[in-house]
Design a protein around this ligand. Structure first.
Ligand SMILES: NC(=O)c1ccc[n+]([C@@H]2O[C@H](COP(=O)([O-])OP(=O)(O)OC[C@H]3O[C@@H](n4cnc5c(N)ncnc54)[C@H](OP(=O)(O)O)[C@@H]3O)[C@@H](O)[C@H]2O)c1
Length: 241
């Protein structure tokens, strides 16, 4: 896909990976509708990225709000060819101690929110004469479990299942679906997560470059799944010996 003048939705655009993806898309000449709840943070992104970035203050876990925004913004003549389902939350804790509200927040955001946005955008993509692309941000924790991560792992395994089923359902409509499963990324994700990461995390800008590459692949080429890890999650002290 040639990205110039394409319309993209990026959820979770106010920080971290979503900001890096939005920035990379705008640099390629795409128009980005960046979704997040924090209006102030979105305004800062708008200041940085300029007129091709549209701030959308929206909680993706609120289905009525999602449908209202999509139906009032897009039409058969003007709709996104790219959807990046990136918004996500994570908190970690013991199954018998973590509050139920944490479980519900992760399910509502990482799974229900992704479904609300995707199911409302796909009808527009189906009628498009050119191909479209949905990229879902999973996690390495959607491919393996982590202790005290039952809720987050449940949602990210769900993102993987959703993506695999959807790529099989939508490929005949010229809609690509890709699931990206990163290891630890250097973002604010860990601030309120209850866990610490290591000091050699993936950089969001590097992942954004990979996502641009995936979007720019030839029309008849579908990368349906990618796993990305830091090469060495610990400081490579043995190299210094
Ligand atoms: N960081 C990592 O190590 C890592 C590793 C693998 C996968 N991931 C995944 O990568 C994605 C991006 O995370 P990140 O690392 O960039 O973390 P982040 O900096 O915390 O970004 C999360 C984004 O999601 C938005 N968001 C959260 N809940 C939302 C809601 N209900 N509606 C709309 N927007 C919402 C946040 O904005 P508001 O708060 O303003 O709404 C923010 O823009 C997530 O899906 C995460 O699970 C992260």
């Amino acid at each position: 896909m040639i990205l110039e003048n394409q319309i993209a939705i990026v959820t979770g655009a106010s920080s971290g990976l979503g900001f890096a993806i939005s920035s990379a898309l705008v640099q390629k000449g795409a128009v980005v509708f960046g979704v997040a709840r924090n209006a102030e943070a979105l305004e800062e992104v708008k200041q940085k990225l300029g007129k091709n970035f549209y701030s959308v203050q929206l909680n993706i876990a609120n289905r009525d709000a999602v449908l209202n925004w999509i139906n009032n913004t897009f039409s058969n003549d003007k709709h996104p060819s790219i959807l990046i389902n990136n918004a996500g939350v994570g908190s970690f804790g013991k199954i018998d101690e973590a509050p139920a509200s944490d479980w519900l927040n992760m399910i509502n955001t990482n799974l229900n929110g992704m479904y609300f946005v995707t199911s409302a955008i796909v009808p527009f993509m189906k009628i498009s004469t050119t191909h479209s692309h949905i990229i879902n941000i999973g996690s390495i924790l959607g491919t393996m479990g982590r202790h005290e991560g039952a809720a987050y792992c449940t949602t990210k395994y769900g993102v993987n299942g959703f993506s695999d089923a959807l790529f099989k359902e939508l490929r005949s409509f010229n809609i690509k679906v890709t699931c990206i499963n990163p290891g630890s990324i250097d973002t604010g994700f860990f601030n309120n997560s209850g866990i610490k990461s290591h000091h050699n995390m993936l950089q969001p800008e590097d992942l954004a470059k990979t996502i641009i590459h995936v979007l720019e692949t030839p029309d008849n080429m579908l990368i349906n799944e990618i796993t990305i890890r830091p090469l060495n999650p610990k400081e490579p002290t043995h190299m210094e010996k």
